[in-house]
Design a protein around this ligand. Structure first.
Ligand code: C2E
Ligand code: CA
Ligand code: CA
Length: 800
C-alpha cells in the first residue's frame, strides 16, 4: 500500500527530509476523505535485503489522545476536588466562595467559561454572581431565567435550576433549546455546556454553568465534577453560615451589652438605635438597615431585596419598623433572619426605655394639670432666649399673667371646675403663641410667657394684646359661661445692658401687680432703666429724651369712619409712650411737657416718619388708608416742619395725599397770617389739612376761609353733650350743628370726634355729618389690627 492510499497528496511532505531512525513524530493527518486525524509516525532503520532502509509506521492516535486528555482532565478534577475543600472552606464571605469555585472550575477543567448565576426574585432572571474563564463577554449579552414559559428559561441553566438536575448540552450550537444564545455562543466559541443547580437544603440558591470549546466534552466524569463542585459550594456556604452564626452570637452579645450600657447611661435614643442597626450591617455585608419610629402596621414578608420587621413593645403595641435593604438578591439566611429578629427585639427594649425616660423628663419639666412647661423649663428657655437675643441684637419679653378673681371661680364652681378653667386658659394662651414662644404655668392661676425676637418695643404691646384677646370670649364650663380676666405684667429685656433671668422675672412680677392695682390690663417695664425713680420723674426732660433714644414710643391708630357709607376712610395716628416703669402712657401725660421742653420737635418728626412708614406698608398690602398725624402748636410754628414732611414722604415713597396733618384751631389762630403761609406751604406738598379740636378756639371767619383746609374736626367736648338735657350740653349740640353748617358753607369736610353713643351718632347724621370717630366705633389699636378692621368693615359694609 502506498502512502498515497492513506492520505491526500501532500507535496510538502514528499520533499521533506527523511525522518531519523527511532523518531516518533506527531502530525495532523488529512485522510483521503478530507477528515483530519491526529497521527504519529514511528520510524526505525532496518536492513532490507542487506540494504539500509526505514520502516515508517503511521498510527491514528486520535482516539488514544482524546482518552488521554480526558484522563488528564479527570486526574485534574480529582486533584482539584481536594483543592476545593482546602480553598473554599474558610473563605470569609459568600462572594469569595462563589468566585473561587468559578476560578477552580476553569483551572481544573480547562473550560472557556464558568459562571454562577443567582435568581433575582423580582425579575425572575438570573444575575451573574461570579465568573471565570476566557469568555466573560458572553455573559454580558445573555439573559437567562428559570421561567418555563419563555425560551430563555428552557436552556440548560434555566432547566437545571428549575428541575434541580445536571443538564449537559454537548452540542450547544446546534441544540434547539440553546437557540436564544446560539449567536453569542458561536461568537465566543462555546460549543458544549454543563449546568447544575447549587442547593442549600431544599432551596436552589443558584446555578453553576461550565462551557467548553469542544463538542462532546462533557461526559460522565465532567458531570460528576460539576455535581461535586456544586455540593462543595453548598457545603462551603453552609459552613460560612455556621461560622457567621457563631460570630454573630458573640457579636450580638457584645452589642447587646453595649446597647444596654448606652441605654442605661441615657445616651440619645438615636445613637443607641444606630449602634443597634450595626448588627445588621456588620453581619450581612452590603446590607443596610434602618429603624423607623413611626408606629406602623406594615411588616412585610421578606423579599430578596428588602424586608420589614415590626418592633413590638411589651404591651404588644407596634413601636416602629426595622427595615433591612439587602444588596444580594437572595433571601436572608437563617442566621440573618435571627440577627434581624434580635435587632428588632433589642430595639423594642431600648425604645420603651427611652420612652419611659422621656415621660419622666416631661413630668419633671411640665405642669401636671395643664401639660405646659413648668417653672424649671421656663427658666431654661428664658436663659437660652436671653443668650440668643444678645447674639442677634434683638430683645425678649417676659409676661407674667395672673387671672383676676380666680379665687371666686374656685369658690363658686368648685376646684375641679377651677382646674378645667386653668387648663382651658392655658390652652388658649398656648394657641395664640408662635412656635418659638413659650408659655409656662407657675402654679396657681399664674402663667409666664416668653416672647422672643422683639425688634421694636411696640411688639411687646401687640404681644400683650394678643394674650388678653384670647380671654375675650367666655369659657364653657359645667354648662355655664365663664369670663376670665387677667392682669399682665411685662418685662422687656435691655437693649444696652444685659438682662438677667431673675431680674426679668422680678420686673414682670412687679409690672403684673401694678397692672392689677390699676386695673389697666397690662403694664410694661423695661430692664434698661433702673426702676428706682418715682412717678413725677415722668415729666423730666431726660426721661423723655431717653424715651426717644430707646425707641419707647409707639403709635396706635384709631379709625375714622364714614358712617353713611359704612366704611373706614382713614386712621388717626395717636402716640403712646411705652414707659419702662409706668407702662403705656397716654399722650396727654407727656405731650405738654414735650412741648414745653421743645422735645416735641424730634418726637413729632419721629411720629410723622413712623406714620408715613406705616401708611406705605398698608399701601404695599393694597390698603388705601390715609393716616392723620397730630401736629402740636410748637411743631407747627417750627420752620423745619415742611422739610420733615417732605423727607418722610420721600423716604417711604408715600403719595402726599395719604398723609393728613391735624393742626389745632388754637395753634393756627395764634398767628393767623403766619399760619396761612405755613398751611399754604404744606398744602403745596400735597398733604391734606385737618383743623383739629374745632370750636374750642376763637376762629376769625375772615381768616378761616383763606386757609387751604380739607376738613374740620368738631371737638369732642361738643359731641359729649349730645343727648344730655342740661343747658350747657344743649348749647354744645347747637355748636356742633353750627360747625357742620359752616363746613358745608366753606365746602370742606367735617368730622365729629369722640362719638360714644348711638344717640350722638344719629343726631350727627341728622345734622348732615357723616364722618365720625369715637369709641362707639373703634378705639385706637396697634397697626396690625387695623388691616383686619378695614377688611371686616368692607366685607360687611357696616360699622360697629
Ligand atoms: P386728639 O387729637 O383730640 O385725639 C383724639 C383723642 O380722643 C385720642 O386720645 C382718642 O383716643 C380720644 N378719643 C377718641 N374717641 C373717643 C371717644 O369716643 N371718647 C373719648 N372720651 N375719647 C376719644 P389720646 O390718644 O389720648 O390723645 C390725646 C391727645 O394727645 C390727642 O387729642 C392729641 O392732641 C395728642 N396727641 C396724640 N398723639 C399725638 C402726636 O402724635 N403728636 C402730637 N403732637 N399730639 C398727639
Ligand atoms: Ca387729633
Ligand atoms: Ca381732637
Amino acid at each position: 500500500m502506498s502512502v498515497l492510499d492513506l492520505r491526500q497528496s501532500d507535496p510538502e511532505s514528499r520533499s521533506a527530509a527523511l525522518p531519523e531512525s527511532g523518531s516518533v513524530v506527531p502530525r495532523t493527518h488529512r485522510r483521503r476523505d478530507g477528515t483530519l486525524r491526529e497521527s504519529e509516525t514511528h520510524t526505525n532503520a532496518v536492513l532490507w535485503d542487506g540494504r539500509p532502509a526505514l520502516v515508517t509506521l503511521l498510527m491514528d492516535v486520535t482516539e488514544r489522545n482524546a482518552q488521554a486528555r480526558q484522563a488528564r482532565r479527570i486526574g485534574r478534577i480529582y486533584a482539584t476536588s481536594s483543592k476545593i475543600n482546602r480553598i473554599i472552606f474558610g473563605l470569609p464571605d459568600r462572594q469569595s466562595i462563589l468566585q473561587s469555585a468559578c476560578d477552580i472550575a476553569v483551572e481544573a477543567g480547562d473550560f472557556r467559561l464558568a459562571w454562577i448565576g443567582v435568581l433575582n426574585e423580582e425579575t425572575q432572571y438570573l444575575e451573574v454572581a461570579a465568573y471565570a474563564g476566557a469568555a466573560p463577554a458572553y455573559l454580558r449579552n445573555i439573559r437567562v431565567t428559570t421561567r418555563a414559559d419563555v425560551p430563555e428559561g428552557r436552556g440548560p441553566m434555566g432547566t437545571a435550576m428549575r428541575e434541580r438536575l445536571t443538564v449537559a448540552d454537548n452540542d450547544f450550537l446546534n441544540s434547539p433549546t440553546a437557540l436564544p444564545w446560539r449567536e453569542e455562543a458561536m461568537r465566543h466559541d462555546l460549543r458544549a455546556s454543563l449546568c447544575a443547580p447549587i442547593m442549600q437544603g431544599d432551596l436552589v440558591i443558584g446555578g453553576l454553568g461550565l462551557y467548553g470549546a469542544e463538542p462532546g466534552m462533557f461526559q460522565e466524569q465532567e458531570q460528576r465534577l460539576i455535581v461535586e463542585l456544586t455540593a462543595d459550594i453548598a457545603l462551603a456556604l453552609h459552613d460560612l453560615e455556621r461560622r457567621a452564626r457563631l460570630r454573630l452570637d458573640e457579636r450580638i452579645r457584645e452589642l447587646t451589652m453595649d446597647v444596654y450600657e448606652m441605654s442605661a447611661t441615657d445616651a440619645p435614643l438615636d445613637s443607641v438605635l444606630k449602634r443597634l442597626v450595626e448588627i445588621v450591617t456588620e453581619h450581612s455585608a452590603q446590607s443596610t438597615a434602618e429603624i423607623n419610629l413611626a408606629p406602623s402596621e406594615f411588616a412585610g414578608e421578606p423579599t430578596a431585596s428588602g424586608l420589614a420587621l415590626p418592633i413590638v413593645g411589651s404591651r404588644d403595641q407596634i413601636l416602629g419598623t426595622l427595615r433591612v435593604y439587602r444588596a444580594h438578591p437572595v433571601p436572608p439566611t437563617e442566621s440573618e433572619t435571627a440577627a434581624y429578629r434580635s435587632v428588632a427585639q433589642l430595639a423594642s427594649i431600648v425604645i420603651e426605655r427611652a420612652q419611659s425616660r422621656e415621660r419622666l423628663e416631661f413630668q419633671a419639666l411640665h405642669d401636671a394639670l395643664t401639660g405646659l412647661p413648668n417653672r424649671l423649663l421656663f427658666h431654661d428657655r428664658l436663659n437660652q432666649a436671653l443668650a440668643a437675643a444678645r447674639r442677634h441684637g434683638t430683645r425678649i419679653a417676659v409676661a407674667m399673667v395672673d387671672l383676676d378673681r380666680f379665687k371666686v371661680v374656685n369658690d363658686t364652681l368648685g376646684h375641679a371646675e377651677g382646674d378645667v378653667l386653668l387648663r382651658m386658659v392655658g390652652a388658649r394662651f398656648h394657641d395664640c403663641l408662635r412656635a418659638d414662644e413659650t408659655i409656662a404655668r407657675m402654679g396657681g392661676d399664674e402663667f409666664l410667657v416668653l416672647f422672643t425676637d422683639i425688634k421694636h418695643a411696640s411688639e411687646v404691646d401687640a404681644a400683650a394684646r394678643r394674650l388678653l384677646a384670647t380671654l375675650e370670649h367666655p369659657f364653657q364650663i359645667a354648662g355655664r359661661e365663664i369670663y376670665a380676666r387677667a392682669s399682665v405684667g411685662l418685662a422687656l429685656s435691655g437693649r444696652e445692658q444685659e438682662s438677667k433671668v431673675g431680674e426679668m422675672l422680678q420686673q414682670a412680677d412687679k409690672a403684673m401687680y401694678q397692672a392689677k392695682r390699676s386695673g389697666s390690663g397690662y403694664v410694661v417695664y423695661a430692664t434698661d432703666t433702673p426702676h428706682v425713680q418715682v412717678a413725677n420723674d415722668l415729666d423730666s426732660e431726660s426721661d423723655l429724651h431717653r424715651a426717644l433714644q430707646h425707641d419707647q414710643f409707639v403709635l396706635q391708630y384709631q379709625p375714622l369712619v364714614d358712617y353713611a357709607a359704612g366704611c373706614i376712610i382713614g386712621v388717626e395716628a395717636l402716640i403712646r409712650w411705652l414707659h419702662p416703669v409706668h407702662g403705656l402712657i397716654a399722650p396727654d401725660a407727656f405731650i405738654p411737657n414735650a412741648e414745653a421742653t421743645g422735645l416735641i420737635v424730634p418726637i413729632g418728626a419721629w411720629t410723622i416718619a413712623a406714620a408715613c412708614s406705616q401708611a406705605a406698608e398698608w399701601d404695599r398690602q393694597g390698603l388705601d388708608l390715609p393716616v392723620a398725624v397730630n401736629i402740636s402748636a410748637r411743631q407747627f410754628a417750627q420752620p423745619g416742619l415742611q422739610a420733615t414732611v417732605v423727607h418722610a414722604l420721600a423716604q417711604n415713597k408715600l403719595r402726599a395725599d395719604r398723609l393728613w396733618l391735624e393742626v389745632t384751631e388754637t395753634s393756627v389762630m395764634e398767628s393767623p397770617s403766619a399760619a396761612a403761609d405755613i398751611l399754604a406751604d404744606l398744602k403745596g406738598i400735597g398733604v391734606r389739612i385737618v383743623i383739629d379740636d374745632f370750636g374750642t378756639g376763637y376762629s376769625s371767619l375772615a381768616y378761616l376761609h383763606r386757609f387751604p383746609i380739607d376738613m374740620l374736626k368738631i371737638d369732642r367736648s361738643f359731641i359729649s353733650g349730645i343727648g344730655d338735657v342740661s343747658a350747657l350740653a344743649t348749647s354744645g349740640m347747637e355748636i356742633a350743628r353750627a360747625v357742620v353748617a359752616l363746613a358745608k358753607a366753606m365746602n370742606v369736610d367735617v368730622l365729629a370726634e369722640g362719638v360714644e353713643t348711638a344717640e350722638q351718632r344719629d343726631a350727627l347724621l341728622a345734622f348732615g355729618c357723616r364722618y365720625m370717630q369715637g369709641f362707639l366705633f373703634y378705639k385706637a389699636c396697634p397697626a396690625a389690627e387695623i388691616a383686619q378692621l378695614v377688611a371686616r368693615s368692607q366685607s360687611h359694609r357696616s360699622l360697629p
